[in-house]
Design a protein. Structure first.
Lengths: 303, 328
């Protein structure tokens, strides 16, 4: 008895094609996983090796003997002041630049030049920003290598981040909103202040948070403009919270990690990993704040 | 380049003119004074906004100006043949030599080896995220890649020095754990998030009608990706790779810690090398301002600035061109 041949059955060629497609899907999946596995492993290793070092004393004691003993209070508070100062400089300028590009700039050569400048500024290597800080503030303006100079250098570096994110946040506000407001007789700035900014504030804040994460993690720009590996700082009372002056050098977490990553005699390994872990947790926490804000924003969107 | 739709002119600030001779002038005069104050306030604000709008141009110009200014005194005295053609880098000896060839080769070697790892992985992951993954997997992978992007470069350098270095000594037979391969692995992990996110944007920009047309002709997913999406998104994918290269060439702290800092042209993957960026970071501390060594380090800065700016601007034009084509 002959089987009825099915005219729609896949031919050998088609089966082969389907097999290739399935294999390729797994290959692509493997590539994606190949990116994620090393990351999980690395973060895991830092966690496991650094966790034993973490304690209240470790966080609140100042480093001693070049970081080989004591804690990380000085660098931690230095990173805090550095970031706040950088933000004070870059946030107003960057947000206003974003407003200009999205709300005011006409479509002409100058605007295109500004956009190219933003792109190239974002691509300048961090060590070149460090050279800029050194050349502009220290050599040309005769300022000390200091907290202020380092913050200003970081501000120039993070400017494109905040411009781009502000511009994107403003561009997401529908045009009708603006037109409705103009029709009520509001001026351009009134429209921006009462309609555009309130509707894009979470997007702008996301950019600000990204700047904080970037500024807290960067090493190269600050190592030439004011951060030092170790120094003596006030360790008593309220002075512990304000250990640095604006025009003096300072310690920062990233710089601290840079100096203890290489061999410091007599330093337990767990303390090195402890510093790396604190810095990593700090940056990841700040970044997840940005992610949460973005999710919240997406859910709340009213248009 | 696509700017947001240029704003149709909104009304200019409503400044009440007229001198208020009519009845009930008092209330209106008060309103008018308020209006004038608002108007003046607006002029100030709008002036500030315009000024800040130019900040990025001012910053780029200032970066070029001040770095050139510091490097300028050494430019006429430079032996360019030696700078680009010699591997003898002895900046601190009595007879200083500034041959940067080994640094340039080292810089590009580590970037190219990194790209050889990062580009296939990044493109593959982008294709998976954009074409194959379900919404759940896609979100998870995107978050993981964002975490990867957030890790600061100094932490990457630390990882290279303390985690990857012993592995290379044990399994790759390297004498020194900090070497070309170590730096490349670190740079690959660092630049992959950028490559993935830009390639994914490029793939997204391909209209769905292309995918539907391919499906309708009987192509399966892999054939669609290979024959339709790759050619259609070619420019965007190219730009993603270029931006990856730009990132890898300019990276400093990670390579400073992970590549070993030996000035030589590498002959194998496990040779230690030194890059342009690491040279500046490592030697600027000891260089005296105004001395040739200091000025040559600034000259290296100019070289890096020109290379990375060129890469980024070209990549940007490619992306914008691709977007314009997709919208047309």
């Amino acid at each position: 008895m002959r089987e009825m041949s099915n005219p729609f059955a896949p031919t050998a060629y088609e089966q082969q094609k389907a097999r290739t497609a399935r294999v390729m899907e797994y290959v692509f999946l493997a590539m994606g996983i190949a990116l994620i596995i090393p990351m999980l492993l690395i973060i895991g290793v830092i966690f496991v090796k650094g966790w034993p070092a973490l304690s209240w004393e470790y966080l609140t004691a100042n480093p001693m003997r070049g970081g080989a003993a004591g804690g990380i209070w000085g660098p931690l508070i230095g990173t805090f002041y550095l970031t706040v100062l950088c933000l004070l400089i870059v946030a107003p300028v960057g947000i206003m630049a974003g407003i200009y590009l999205n709300e005011y700039a006409p479509d002409n050569r100058l605007t295109r030049a500004i956009m190219i400048a933003v792109t190239s500024l974002a691509g300048v290597p961090s060590i070149v920003h460090a050279l800029f800080g050194l050349g502009a503030f220290v050599a040309a303006m005769h300022m000390n290598k200091s907290l202020l100079v380092a913050a200003a250098t970081l501000a120039v570096m993070t400017l494109p981040v905040i411009i781009t994110s502000t511009r994107e946040a403003l561009a997401a506000v529908p045009r009708n909103f603006r037109e409705a407001c103009w029709n009520l007789g509001a001026t351009r700035w009134q429209t921006i202040r009462t309609i555009v900014l309130p509707n894009s504030i979470s997007g702008i804040l996301t950019g600000v948070i990204l700047v904080v994460a970037r500024a807290a993690g960067e090493t190269a720009p600050i190592m030439l403009t004011g951060a030092v590996a170790s120094m003596w700082v006030e360790d008593e009372g309220w002075a512990k919270f304000t250990p640095y002056r604006l025009d003096e050098q300072f310690m920062a977490m990233a710089m601290h990690l840079n100096s203890i990553a290489r061999d410091v005699p007599g330093m337990p390994e767990s303390m090195k990993f402890g510093s790396a872990l604190v810095l990593l947790l700090l940056i990841l926490t700040i970044n997840s704040a940005a992610v949460v804000l973005r999710l919240y924003l997406r859910r709340r969107k009213r248009w | 380049m696509s700017l947001p739709p240029a704003a149709a002119e909104p009304p200019k600030a409503a400044v009440p003119t007229g001198d208020g001779k009519d009845a009930g002038a008092k209330a209106r005069a008060a309103e008018r004074r308020g209006g004038r104050a608002t108007f003046r306030g607006e002029m100030v604000i709008e002036f500030l906004i315009r000024l800040c709008g130019w900040s990025s141009i001012i910053c780029v110009a200032a970066i070029f100006y001040f770095i050139f200014q510091e490097a300028a005194p050494v430019l006429p005295k430079m032996n360019w043949g030696e700078f680009f053609g010699s591997v003898t880098w002895r900046p601190t000896s009595a007879e200083p030599r500034y041959g940067a060839l080994a640094l340039i080769v080292g810089n590009f070697a580590v970037a190219i080896v990194a790209m050889a790892m990062a580009v296939p992985l990044g493109l593959g992951a982008a294709v998976y995220i954009s074409e194959f993954a379900g919404p759940r997997v896609r979100e998870t992978m995107k978050i993981a890649i964002e975490v990867l992007a957030a890790v600061p470069s100094i932490v990457w350098g630390f990882i290279g020095l303390t985690i990857i270095s012993p592995l290379l000594i044990k399994y790759a037979g390297a004498e020194l754990g900090s070497n070309l391969l170590n730096g490349s692995v670190i740079l690959a992990l660092m630049s992959v998030p950028l490559i993935v996110s830009i390639s994914e944007d490029a793939l997204r920009a391909v209209p769905d009608s292309y995918r539907e047309a391919a499906m309708a002709l009987g192509a399966n997913k892999w054939e669609m990706v290979r024959r339709v999406l790759f050619p259609a998104a070619r420019n965007g994918l190219l730009a993603a790779c270029m931006l990856g290269v730009g990132r890898a060439v300019g990276e400093t702290m990670a390579v400073l810690l992970a590549t070993g800092n030996v000035v030589q042209i590498p002959h194998s993957f496990v040779d230690p090398i030194k890059t342009l960026t690491a040279t500046i970071a490592a030697e600027m501390g000891e260089a005296t301002p105004g001395q040739p060594h200091y000025q040559v380090l600034f000259l290296i800065g100019i070289l890096l600035l020109v290379i990375t700016c060129a890469i980024n601007v070209i990549a940007d034009f490619i992306i914008k061109g691709a977007k314009a084509k997709a919208n047309a």
